[in-house]
Design a protein around this ligand. Structure first.
Ligand code: FAD
Length: 470
């Protein structure tokens, strides 16, 4: 009865260990705290929440993270059970008493007869005789293990910092101002010559925008992030703006090779480009707009861009210390390292973002490893579910695979929270029960409901045959 080894007792590792043990398979959970600390964790409890105590919205009808809560609960999640048992008032969000929550997770895993907890660092690749291992060591994976993974995956396989540009929902872009065109109409591999969405600016608009960027409130790096390198090509947009008034116009906002389809005779002074971010075409990222601006400032400043006045952001920009894999390149469809399939990955190190997302990837990875050990088929949740949409993003089910297949090379992969932009198209009713046309806010709400209803049915179908007996 050989155990499955889980490295890292955070949100993902704790959930993975639980999902394996509840299927009757022994687990050794290796957690380095308190023997070795991280820069963010304070205690020695499992599943420690390093910052906010919120699991975000608990609304499973209208919110994508609320839908993840629902799917986790359906899957018998330990993280959700302990979260629910330690809830504190927070309106429609699920917030928890962080001490009580971590204690409950720790106690349940410690008391489980099939789980052994080893307080030790795994400071390199796990021993060769561990035939099934889940690595869930998080954004602050210890340096020795990171180095070993880096050696296995190569330079392009593991990143130590994210540089996140904001992502916009396509249907919130004003197409009476923005237009589709690739610079110089260049047709790249798999491209059409119209691969970018372009937002034009006059000189006055550009000057006001640069002023706002320079004046915008930025978040400080944490003390232990102080050495965050600004790589070439990854400078925060506000840092570029501060280097000189023309810097952006000669960088990511250069207008060359672009003709405004709405006003062909007026040369734009500067252009913001957005590039398709998923194969579905529902999300676009703002090219070169990685930023340390505070979220509130980003919302205000980016809405100054013509065409983005009413933009809905699927994700705002950021720049953090964050160890994560180039998953579309190095992981297979069930989160195994292609170069060494006995190793599976889970949690934030796979390129998801957030407590609930990390627990969800831990849940999936635990189920995959258990099914494999039990000799049963390993299936992934349908892409129409929140977990399925998340794993499709991580493993490159969306655009990265297409790019590789067409010779375009993988896109730069950046971490992502769950959001409806990752879900495949859904049919939305056009009229309500009284036969009246559904418009405006009601239409948005109807679309979200259509996503979550479909997801709940499809998830129930996926998880049913995978549930442990009894
Ligand atoms: P973790 O929860 O970090 O767990 C990884 C575990 O692995 C740790 O316990 C660590 O000690 C252990 N470990 C590392 N290396 C080894 C090793 N070699 N051997 C053995 N054990 C090892 N998300 C949110 O949703 N809300 C927030 O407010 C939020 N704030 C954040 C603030 C900071 C400073 C950071 C870094 C992240 C924050 N996140 C937040 C993201 C958050 O880290 C993840 O959402 C979540 O904790 C990741 O879960 P995980 O299980 O992948 O990693």
């Amino acid at each position: 009865n050989t155990p499955i080894h889980v490295i890292g007792g955070g949100l993902a590792g704790s959930e993975a260990a639980w999902q394996i043990a509840r299927r009757g398979i022994p687990v050794v959970l290796h957690e380095m705290r308190p023997v070795r600390k991280t820069d963010a964790h304070k205690g020695e409890g499992l599943a420690e929440l390093v910052c906010s105590n919120s699991f975000r919205s608990d609304d499973s009808d209208l919110n994508a993270v609320g839908l993840l809560h629902h799917e986790l609960r359906q899957a018998g999640s330990l993280i959700m059970a302990c979260g629910d048992a330690n809830q504190v008032p927070a309106g429609s969000a699920l917030a928890v008493d962080r001490e009580g929550f971590s204690e409950a997770v720790t106690r349940t895993l410690e008391d489980h007869p099939l789980i052994t907890i080893a307080r030790e660092e795994i400071a390199g690749l796990p021993p060769a005789d561990w035939d099934s291992v889940i690595v869930a060591t998080g954004p602050l994976t210890s340096p020795d293990l990171s180095a070993a993974v880096l050696e296995k995956c190569g330079e392009e396989g593991l990143a130590f910092f994210d540089a996140i540009a904001p992502i916009v929902h396509f249907d919130s872009v004003d197409l009476s101002k923005a237009w589709f065109q690739s610079r110089y109409d260049k047709v790249g591999p798999g491209g059409t010559g119209k691969d970018y969405l372009n937002c034009p600016m006059t000189k006055e608009q550009y000057d006001a925008f640069v002023d706002a960027l320079i004046a915008g409130d930025t978040t400080d790096f944490k003390k232990w992030e102080a050495n965050t390198p600004y790589f070439d090509g990854c400078l925060p947009i506000e840092v570029m703006a501060a280097r000189g008034r023309e810097t952006l116009r000669h960088g990511p906002m250069k207008p060359m090779g672009l003709t405004n389809a709405h006003a062909p005779d007026v040369k734009p002074y500067a252009v913001v480009q957005l590039r398709q971010d998923n194969a579905l075409g529902t999300l676009y990222n703002m090219v070169g707009f990685q930023t340390k601006l505070k979220y509130g400032a980003q919302g205000d400043i980016f809405k100054m861009i013509p065409g983005l006045e009413n933009a809905q952001f699927a994700r705002l920009g950021g720049l953090h210390r964050n160890t994560f894999l180039n998953s579309p390149k190095v992981l297979d469809g069930t989160l195994r390292l292609k170069a060494e399939p006995r190793l599976r990955f889970a949690g934030q190190i796979t390129g998801c973002e957030g407590y609930v997302e990390s627990a969800s990837v831990g849940c999936m990875t635990g189920i995959f490893a258990a099914m494999e050990r039990l000799g049963q088929p390993v299936t992934t949740p349908p892409e129409t579910t929140a977990m399925g949409a998340l794993i499709a993003h991580i493993t490159g089910g969306h655009i990265a695979r297409e790019m590789e297949e067409t010779g375009g090379g993988p896109r730069s992969f950046q971490p992502m929270n769950v959001n409806f932009g990752l879900f495949p198209h859904v049919e939305v009713p056009k009229v309500d029960a009284d036969g009246k046309r559904i418009k405006g806010k009601d239409k948005t709400q109807a679309k979200k409901l259509a996503f979550t209803r479909r997801a709940k049915t499809d998830f129930a179908g996926w998880i049913a045959p995978l549930q442990p007996e009894g």
